[in-house]
Structures are given as structure tokens and as C-alpha cells.
Design a protein around this ligand. Structure first.
Ligand code: DQA
Length: 145
């Protein structure tokens, strides 16, 4: 089996299910984890699923992925719009990157319309709630068959 697909989630996504449910839905991060694991398993793949509220911790995991992952799925949350350091880490990762968002940031406030992460991503999946993650895992698996 190829190396696992790292699925990383950024700040405030630990609050999924209770955080602005009208935007992000009622499903929890645990639901997202199970859905990603199931989609990966259906494709004969594994995920390493992690969430952090801390930029440096996310960067450490992206660096870890250089050796340990076949591909990276990342929902950078608010850091996507601000973090050049995460962009730099992704550019150095040497594995395909798929960016994902539960909501469709392009249809929200102007400051959400651009993410730095997109500059390092092969593609972006946005607006499908939990399914954005499933689709991103599928895309990542396809990029690393
Ligand atoms: C988000 C969109 C971001 O703009 C926001 O800061 C988030 C979540 C999403 O999944 O829709 O925290 O990444």
C-alpha cells in the first residue's frame, strides 16, 4: 500500500458541529475523520487525520509529510488566508497537495476569496461540507495511485 494520505485541519475546526452550524454544518470533526477513513479504505488507502489550532504544529506535520505521506489534504481554515509560512512548508513538502474547505470561501467575505495555500495546491475542493474532505481524499488518492 502507498504511504498514507495526511489530512490536516487548521484552527477552530475542532469546534465543528457547534461552530456556526449554518455555515459549517452539524457534523463533527470526528464525523469528518470517519468519512475520510472510509473513503480512503474504499480506495485501498489510509489516512493520518490531525487537527491543530497552532500554525507551528501544522507546519511540523507538513514537514513530517515529506517522508511519511504520499499526499496531503489540508483545510487550513483561517490560516489559509494569512500564512505564508504554511505556504512555504507546503511548497517544500514534495508531495501533491489538495486544499479543501467545508464552505465556499469564494462566495463569502472578500478577505476569504484568496488563500495562500492555493498557490501550492494541485486543486481545491470547496463548498460541499463534509463531502469536500471525502472528495479531496479521493483526489489525493488519484494523484498518487
Ligand atoms: C474554512 C473557510 C475559512 O475561510 C475559515 O476561516 C474556516 C473554515 C472552511 O472549511 O470552510 O475556518 O476553511
Amino acid at each position: 500500500m502507498p504511504k498514507p494520505i495526511y489530512v490536516l485541519s487548521g484552527p477552530n475546526l475542532n469546534l465543528l458541529g457547534t461552530r456556526e452550524p449554518e455555515i459549517y454544518g452539524h457534523q463533527t470533526l470526528e464525523d469528518v475523520r470517519k468519512a475520510c477513513e472510509a473513503r480512503a479504505a474504499s480506495l485501498g488507502r489510509e489516512v493520518v487525520f490531525r487537527q491543530s489550532n497552532h500554525e507551528g504544529e501544522l507546519i511540523d506535520w507538513i514537514q513530517e509529510a515529506r517522508d511519511k505521506a504520499s499526499a496531503l489534504v489540508i483545510n487550513p481554515a483561517g490560516y489559509g488566508h494569512t500564512s505564508i509560512a504554511i505556504l512555504d512548508a507546503l511548497k517544500a513538502a514534495g508531495v501533491p497537495v489538495v486544499e479543501c474547505h467545508l464552505s465556499n470561501p469564494a462566495a463569502r467575505e472578500p478577505f476569504r476569496r484568496r488563500t495562500y495555500v492555493a498557490l501550492a495546491a494541485t486543486g481545491v475542493v470547496s463548498g460541499f461540507g463534509l463531502a469536500s474532505y471525502e472528495l479531496a481524499v479521493e483526489a489525493a488518492a488519484g494523484l498518487t495511485r
